[in-house]
Design a protein around this ligand. Sequence first.
Ligand code: GLR
Ligand code: MG
Length: 447
Amino acid sequence: MSDSPVIKTMRVVPIAGYDSMLLNIGGAHNCYFTRILVILTDSAGRTGVGESPCHASTLALLERFRPQIEGSELLRLNATIATLFASDARHQQTAHTDDIHIPQMNPEKFYNATAAIEAALLDLLGQHLNLPVAELLASGKQRDRVPVLGYLFYIADRNLTSMNYQAGHAGGDAWLQLRHEKAMDAEGVVRLAEAAADRYGFRDFKLKGGVHHGEVEVETVNALLARFPQARVTVDPNASWSLDEAIYYGKQLAGRIPYLEDPCGAEHGYSGRETLAEFRRATGIPVATNMIANDWRQLQHALQLNAIDIPLADPHFWTMRNAHTVAQLCHEWGLTTGCHSNNHFDVSLAMVAHLGAAAPGDRLTAFDTHWIWQDGQQLTQHAPQIRDGYLELPEGPGLGITLNMERVEAAHALYNSLPDKNRNDALGMQFLIDNWSFNAKRPAMLR
Ligand SMILES: O=C([O-])C(=O)C[C@H](O)[C@@H](O)C(=O)[O-]
Ligand SMILES: [Mg+2]
């Protein structure tokens, strides 16, 4: 035995929080969103934490991994994580009925589970060494703050539903009120952007598309650019446009947007990687993706086809250390580093902050985060802060956060009270359009 601290306990805590009625190609976000916390304690009396998207199969995998984690030596975390990767769980395919953005072949639940464990181990290791996690990733800490973007959505009218969407509080900060109110057109989205820019100082915005007809979404991008002429604005229709449509809209936006995200996808026997390569050639617009380059094999094919410029390597899809390796490849190979996000709590925000802080080079596009939609629901004593358009690296060793256990238990109780625990964006859409069902090629409001 070395003199390494030993992992004593691994607690897996499914949790829930509140969300607005945000629209995307998969439908409408539920009034609740769910995540998982992995909380590790070690023989030195420390606590480490990681966060991941929540799904019943991820919870089952975490239970399966427990024997490999409890009793392991902290300083041998490389070997511990390697045993997880060596297990057959990595290659098992899971059911994807509720997932809209991840290709069928991607065993993403394995990565979600492993990512949360790895983050918690890195948190403990950083505390043991008295170093921030950013210093433990291969290139070490490069910066103290990471540019992040204002992630804008069209918002449906919650009053049309019988679901428990929260209302904002009038008279306070405009963002904290507007994020709960209907915003179905360019004017509404510009108001949201103004409120978000006032509160967080954003200079970059991304519009979640795949909701209205492409013309309407281009009009919204134009309205954002007119209101924020210095800002970097883009749109992500989640591959709902055909290649022809993507080229048509792309040519209207060319020269005024920094990149387009997944403008088109698989069609007529051609893969998404092939259509994106054609889109790039036709428009010259850089392409970002979180849909067709989510593991090493997909990334390899995407790069061979020259299909993408910005792989949005989300640490929850890759693990923090693998996402950092993608950032290194971007740096060495002339690509741009970026990061995808889903709704999340502040543990994930800290994971993203450390990843961004350690990404080498200066070709970094503003990272995604949905956290502004959850701001105020934090589960830590002091959530990382977004100021002046930057996510600040929390101070202190490890991830630099301390859980507020009272809030964690309340979020766990909320999760336990939910009838539907897995994500299902079709539910809310039924209040807007009768018998609505998902169609990967149709924006959500067009049926
Ligand atoms: O394509 C993307 O950027 C995302 O997957 C981000 C989120 O999942 C977003 O689309 C959502 O949650 O509606
Ligand atoms: Mg995307």
